[in-house]
Structure formats: structure tokens, C-alpha cells
Design a protein around this ligand. Structure first.
Ligand code: OGA
Ligand code: MN
Length: 200
């Protein structure tokens, strides 16, 4: 946790390898229900299906999916509290989805705090690809706001990537093999059209 906090302070992102053990990852994967939905861009009423931008399928996490999901969410809660304690970010809640990329699927370069998602401050991406090989591709490529290349991150099992949502455009390169991840966002609270903006 200290390394995460230090890295966020100095570079704005952190690659946390072996965040979960292979056994924990397997248990988490076993919790994913079969019922995948096409991913959408934006939140609430503003969502639109954009196959040209992203082609993965998603499912929102809930602790009712099983203990491993509950334990994952508990770990995210620890990160939320530590980040708030050190950076006064005012992170208010966490929303996350499983994502499944099948062969050929991708997500073009984007920022996570686009229209309808302005409240996202800190992003987490967790990978669950036990046998990932270089030929499988599907790497996450990360840039800074001046479009300089920052990192190319293989989606290796057990790896958690954490970054400031507003600072790093990123893309998922087309994958050659089925690819599972959990993308999540810590949000600050916001008011929208005189309504409190609670996730979904
Ligand atoms: C996202 C995203 C990255 C990944 O869902 O916004 O950027 O590697 N996902 O799954
Ligand atoms: Mn993203």
C-alpha cells in the first residue's frame, strides 16, 4: 500500500503485481456470471453503444456475486480510504465491471472521465489472464496528456494498475485471446441536474 501511495504521489500511477494470488484470481473468475452485456460509453441516460470505440462485454460487480467479489471490493475500499487519507481526494464510492474481450476486441484511446463520467478520479484495472503470452497481445497502452507514451502493460493475471483518471489517456490493443479484466473507478460525489449523482 505504501508503494502505491508513493507512486501515485510522484508519477500518478502504479503497477501492483501479485495484488491477488493465483488461487484468489481463480476464485474471482469463477464468480463471473454468464450474462454479458455489450459495453456502453457514458453513464445513465447518456450511454450509447459504440462498437467503433470499444467492443468488449461487461458486467457490473456486486458483492452478491460471491465472497471473492466481496473481498475484492473490500480491498478497493482499503485503497479508497488510504488515497483519501494521503491525498484528500474525497473519493466517495467505487464502481467496477468485469470486462471480457474476445479475439479481435479492443478499446480505443480514451480518458475515463469523459462526458457523463466527470466524477471519476482514480481508475483501477485488474487482470485475470492466467496463461497470458506475448502473442495474445491485448496490452493496455498508457499515454500522458501530451500524448507521450508512458507504459505498455501486459494484462497478466494478478496485476492491478492504478492511475489518476484525468491524467492518462489509454487504449486496449486488439487481443488475440480471450481477455478478462475488472475496470473500476473511485468517484467523487457530484450534483447533476439538482440530483445527487449516485452510481446507477
Ligand atoms: C476501461 C479500460 C482497460 C483494460 O474499461 O475504461 O480502459 O485493460 N479498460 O481492461
Ligand atoms: Mn479506460
Amino acid at each position: 500500500m505504501n508503494q502505491l501511495i508513493d507512486a501515485l504521489a510522484t508519477q500518478g500511477y502504479y503497477i501492483w503485481d501479485d495484488f491477488l494470488t493465483p488461487t484468489e484470481v481463480a476464485a474471482l473468475r469463477d464468480c463471473i456470471p454468464e450474462d454479458w452485456k455489450n459495453a456502453r460509453i457514458g453513464r445513465n441516460d447518456e450511454t450509447s453503444r459504440e462498437e467503433t470505440i470499444r467492443s468488449d462485454k461487461i458486467q457490473w460487480l456486486s458483492s452478491s456475486m460471491g465472497n471473492p467479489v466481496g473481498q475484492f471490493l473490500d480491498k478497493m475500499e482499503q485503497i479508497r480510504l488510504e488515497a483519501n487519507r494521503h491525498f484528500y481526494l474525497g473519493l466517495f464510492e467505487y464502481e467496477a465491471h468485469f470486462a471480457k474481450y474476445e479475439k479481435g476486441d479492443f478499446y480505443q484511446k480514451h480518458l475515463d472521465c469523459f462526458k457523463g463520467n466527470e466524477n471519476r478520479r482514480l481508475t483501477t484495472v485488474f487482470y485475470m489472464n492466467e496463461q497470458w503470452d506475448e502473442s495474445d497481445a491485448g496490452e493496455l497502452v498508457v499515454y500522458d496528456l501530451d500524448d507521450n507514451h508512458i507504459a505498455t502493460i501486459p494484462p497478466k493475471s494478478g496485476r492491478l494498475f492504478v492511475f489518476l483518471s484525468e491524467q492518462f489517456p489509454h487504449e486496449v490493443l486488439p487481443t488475440n485471446a480471450e481477455r478478462f479484466s475488472i475496470a473500476g473507478w473511485f468517484r467523487i460525489n457530484g450534483v447533476k441536474d439538482n440530483q445527487l449523482d449516485i452510481a446507477r
